[in-house]
Design a protein around this ligand. Structure first.
Ligand code: SF4
Length: 213
């Protein structure tokens, strides 16, 4: 197993806790605590990513399954995910991955270079961060995307878009395509069914529409 990776989107609070700044949930952690996503945790005076380099599974899919209909149509994509999620949707179809508390779920170790190499070997034109949300493992997703780009392989994010502005800009700068799942159309729905807020998702959609290439 690979070690937990350092992260940069967090800051110390006056009361001794450390706040994660990756998503609007803004988890405030004491030593040894994990955020709601379960995969970002406080170690010492910092927040680390505990799932860097570990995957919950791989699969070769048609790109239309992501679903993307106007991006490399007819091509294969190497899908993979880790574990954990920063929303808590009651209808989640991947709850065994997104809410996993079992380290066994993450049995496969895979470095960014190994994933890029596997995609090339399997004839995949792209790699998709899917099954669970790349927002919670963004450092790993970014390194995989960079390794893929070096081999001419594209990167696809399948995400709920529940992310703060700064990490959002960094994550999507490394992506070639994205599918943002809009779970509902009201703040009430997000609060009652997803334990989140609609507004940050709308902001992500607006940024992707107006600010991405
Ligand atoms: S990414 Fe995880 S730890 Fe960070 S604020 Fe969101 S749920 Fe909390």
């Amino acid at each position: 197993m690979l070690a937990a990776a350092p992260t940069k989107y967090w800051h110390r609070l006056e009361d001794g806790r450390v706040q994660c700044d990756v998503c609007p949930r803004a988890c405030k952690l004491r030593e040894g605590q994990r955020g709601l996503c379960f995969v970002r945790a406080r170690e010492g005076d910092a927040v680390v990513l505990t799932t860097y380099g570990r995957s919950s599974g791989f699969c070769v899919d048609p790109i239309e399954k992501k679903p993307l209909n106007h991006f490399l149509p007819g091509s294969s994509v190497l899908s993979f995910g880790t574990a954990g999620c920063n929303l808590a949707c009651r209808f989640c179809q991947n709850w065994d991955i997104s809410k996993s508390r079992e380290i066994d779920t993450l049995a496969d170790a895979a470095s960014p270079a190994e994933i890029a190499s596997a995609a090339e070997r399997l004839g995949c034109a792209s790699v998709a961060f899917t099954y669970n949300d790349p927002v919670v493992f963004l450092e790993y997703a970014i390194d995989v995307a960079a390794a893929c780009r070096a081999r001419g392989i594209k990167a696809v994010a399948v995400t709920a878009g529940y992310v703060c502005p700064e990490p959002r800009a960094e994550l999507f700068a490394h992506m070639d395509a994205a599918n943002v799942d809009l779970k509902g159309f009201t703040e009430r729905f997000y609060a009652d069914t997803c334990a989140g807020h609609l507004r940050p998702v709308q902001e992500t959609l607006g940024c992707l529409r107006h600010e991405s290439r």
